[in-house]
Design a binder for this molecule. Structure first.
Ligand SMILES: [Zn+2]
Length: 530
C-alpha cells in the first residue's frame, strides 16, 4: 500500500510541475508529432466534463469501437466515463466522430479536426482517418491525459483549432525481431499503442531465423518444439518462447483496433537454421545450416504448408518471406540443388533463389497475398508481383520502382534502429553504425533519381530494430524511440517546411507523454546536457 500511495503522490507532484510549465508557455498546445499538414489556431478552449458525450456517425460496429477506444483512453487520467452514442443530438456538448464518404480527397487515413468552445468534430472519409484524428486530439489535450492513474487538478481542455491532415506515405512501419530474442505478447500490445500514437501503421514481425522459430504452425508442431527451444542470440534457452496461434489472433486483433497491420516475416531460403533443426531434410546434401535445400521437393512442401497457415492467421495483404543474406555455397555442392538448376534450366545459384521466391510468390498470390522481400530478391530476376524492401542502401528501391514494383524504403543509413544512436562508450552494446535522431529526421524516402511517375511506387518507410543486442522489451523501447518519432514524421508529414529545430521543440512535449506512458525512450543528447 505504501508504494501505491507514494506513486500517487509522485503523479500529483508531476502534474503540478507540468501544469505550471504549461501555464508559462502561451500557445504551448498544438505541438503534435507527426506534424499535421494544416493547423490554424483559434481563440478559446473546449473543456471535457462528465456531461461530454462521444457521438459516432454512422452507427457501425467499427465506429462504435473507435468511440469506445477514445472513451477508454480518456477514462483513467480524467476519471470521466464518457458515453458513446449515436445519433448526434446537437444540443449536447460533445465530441463528434463522423464519416463523410464525400470527403474522398482526405484519402483512407486523412481527417479534419475542428474544435470550438462547444465541442470537437472529427470528420474523415474512412474510419482510419477518424482514428488518426483522435491521436491528434490526444496531443491537443494536456500531457497528463497519458497517465493511467487519475490526475487531479487538471482542466481537460482542448484549444480551439482547425486541422486538416493526411499522411504523405501509406506504409509507415517498424520492425521487431522476436526471433533473436523473444518479445512477449504483452510487450507487443504496449509497442502497438506507442506506434498508434505516432500514426505508424505497419508492425513487421521477424518471426523466424536461425536462433528461433516463434510462431506455432499446427501441421508442423516440431517447428516450435525444436525451433523455439534453441539458444537465443544471448545463448539462453527458455520455455514458451513462441506465439501460439491464439496469441497471434490476439495480437492481430489488438493491432487492428489501432489501425496497425501486422506483417509476418517467415524468413527463407536463408536464415532458416531453426526450421532445419526441426526438419533436417531441408538441409542440402552438403549440409550447411541456414540455407534451405531448394532441390528437395519436401522443402517446398513444408514452406508452402507454413505459408498456408500464416495466410490464414494474418489478415494483412502482405507476407514477408525475407530472402536476404542467403549463403549459396551449400547449393553449389548439393546434388539435389544442382539437379534443380539443370532441370529448370537456371543459370546459377542466384537464379535458383529467384526460382524459389517465384514459387513462394505464386503460392501467396493464389492465396490472395502479396509477397514482400528484402532487396536481394532482385538478384536472379524479380518475382512478377513482389514488393521490394530496400535495405542495402536505396539502389534496390530505385531499381524496383523503375521496374514498376512497390517499394518500402528502409536503408541501413537512416532506418536501422539496431545501430548506435550516440557515442559507443556511453551507449549499451549495439550492432554497429551510428544513427542519430537528427539523421533519421533528415531522411528523404523518395530518391532524386526517380521520376514523379516512378516515385508513386515508394509506398513508404520502415524502421528496423533487429534483435541481436535487444534482449528485452524495455531495451527495444530505448532503441526505437524517439528515433521512431522522427521516422513517424518522415512517413506522415509533408516534405515542405520540414525543420529539425521545430521538430525538436515539439519533441519535448511528446517525450513527457512517453514518460507518463512508461516508455523507456533514449533522452536526446541536447536534453541530456541540460
Ligand atoms: Zn540442396
Amino acid at each position: 500500500m505504501k508504494v501505491c500511495f507514494e506513486s500517487v503522490i509522485l503523479v500529483m507532484l508531476l502534474s503540478l510541475v507540468l501544469s505550471a510549465e504549461e501555464a508559462q508557455k502561451p500557445g504551448f498546445r498544438g505541438k503534435i508529432i507527426p506534424k499535421p499538414q494544416e493547423i490554424q489556431q483559434g481563440d478559446g478552449m473546449f473543456t471535457l466534463t462528465e456531461k461530454t458525450v462521444i457521438f459516432v456517425r454512422p452507427s457501425t460496429s467499427e465506429m462504435k469501437a473507435i468511440g469506445q477506444y477514445l472513451a477508454d483512453f480518456l477514462a483513467p487520467a480524467t476519471g470521466l466515463k464518457l458515453k458513446v452514442k449515436s445519433p448526434w443530438l446537437s444540443k449536447l456538448s460533445g465530441i463528434v466522430l463522423e464519416i463523410d464518404p464525400s470527403r474522398k480527397a482526405l484519402g483512407d487515413e486523412g481527417y479534419v479536426l475542428t474544435c470550438t468552445q462547444k465541442g470537437v468534430t472529427i470528420t474523415a472519409a474512412k474510419p482510419a482517418g477518424i482514428f488518426y484524428g483522435i491521436q491528434t486530439l490526444r496531443q491537443l489535450l494536456p500531457v497528463q491525459v497519458e497517465s493511467r492513474q487519475q490526475v487531479e487538478g487538471v482542466e481537460w481542455t482542448v484549444p480551439c483549432v482547425s486541422i486538416k491532415d493526411q499522411p504523405r506515405f501509406r506504409w509507415r512501419g517498424m520492425l521487431l525481431d522476436p526471433a533473436r530474442h523473444f518479445l512477449s505478447k504483452e510487450f507487443l500490445f504496449k509497442y502497438i499503442d506507442i506506434m498508434a500514437m505516432h500514426k505508424l501503421n505497419r508492425l513487421h514481425l521477424h518471426l523466424t531465423d536461425s536462433q528461433g522459430w516463434r510462431v506455432e504452425i499446427k501441421r508442423y508442431p516440431g517447428l516450435v518444439e525444436v525451433g523455439a527451444r534453441l539458444p537465443n542470440f544471448s545463448g539462453k534457452t527458455g520455455e514458451g518462447w513462441f506465439y501460439t496461434q491464439d496469441d497471434i489472433r490476439q495480437i492481430v486483433t489488438y493491432a487492428a483496433g489501432r489501425y496497425v497491420a501486422i506483417i509476418p516475416e517467415i524468413e527463407m531460403p536463408g536464415h532458416s537454421g531453426a526450421a532445419q533443426d526441426a526438419f533436417p531434410e531441408m538441409l542440402c546434401t552438403s549440409p550447411l545450416r541456414n540455407s534451405l535445400c531448394i532441390g528437395n521437393d519436401r522443402t517446398i512442401e513444408i514452406m508452402e504448408g507454413v505459408l498456408a497457415e500464416v495466410v490464414g492467421l494474418f489478415p494483412s495483404p502482405y507476407v514477408h518471406i525475407g530472402g536476404d543474406e542467403c549463403n549459396k555455397a551449400g547449393w553449389k555442392n548439393c546434388t539435389r540443388c544442382q539437379t534443380r538448376i539443370r532441370v529448370e534450366k537456371l543459370k546459377n545459384e542466384e537464379e535458383l533463389q529467384s526460382y524459389f521466391v517465384r514459387r513462394m510468390e505464386k503460392f501467396l498470390n493464389v492465396n490472395g497475398k502479396m509477397l514482400v522481400g528484402w532487396d536481394e530478391i532482385l538478384e536472379g530476376g524479380l518475382a512478377p508481383n513482389a514488393v521490394v524492401q530496400s535495405w542495402r542502401g536505396v539502389k534496390g528501391g530505385i531499381e524496383a520502382a523503375r521496374a514498376g514494383h512497390d517499394v518500402i524504403m528502409s536503408p541501413t543509413s537512416h532506418c536501422y534502429f539496431d545501430y548506435y544512436q550516440g557515442p559507443k562508450e556511453s551507449e549499451p552494446r549495439a550492432i554497429g553504425g551510428n544513427l542519430t535522431l537528427e539523421k533519421v529526421y533528415d531522411y528523404e524516402p523518395v530518391p532524386e533519381e526517380l521520376t514523379p511517375e516512378q516515385s508513386k511506387y515508394i509506398m513508404g518507410v520502415q524502421g528496423n530494430l533487429w534483435g541481436e543486442y535487444v534482449a528485452t522489451g524495455s531495451h527495444a523501447e530505448y532503441m526505437s524511440f524517439p528515433r521512431g518519432s522522427a521516422l513517424a514524421e518522415v512517413g506522415w508529414s509533408v516534405r515542405e517546411g520540414k525543420s529539425w529545430a521545430d521538430f525538436y521543440d515539439r519533441l519535448g512535449t511528446l517525450l513527457r507523454r512517453l514518460d507518463l506512458m512508461g516508455v523507456n525512450y533514449r533522452k536526446p543528447d541536447v536534453m541530456r546536457v541540460k
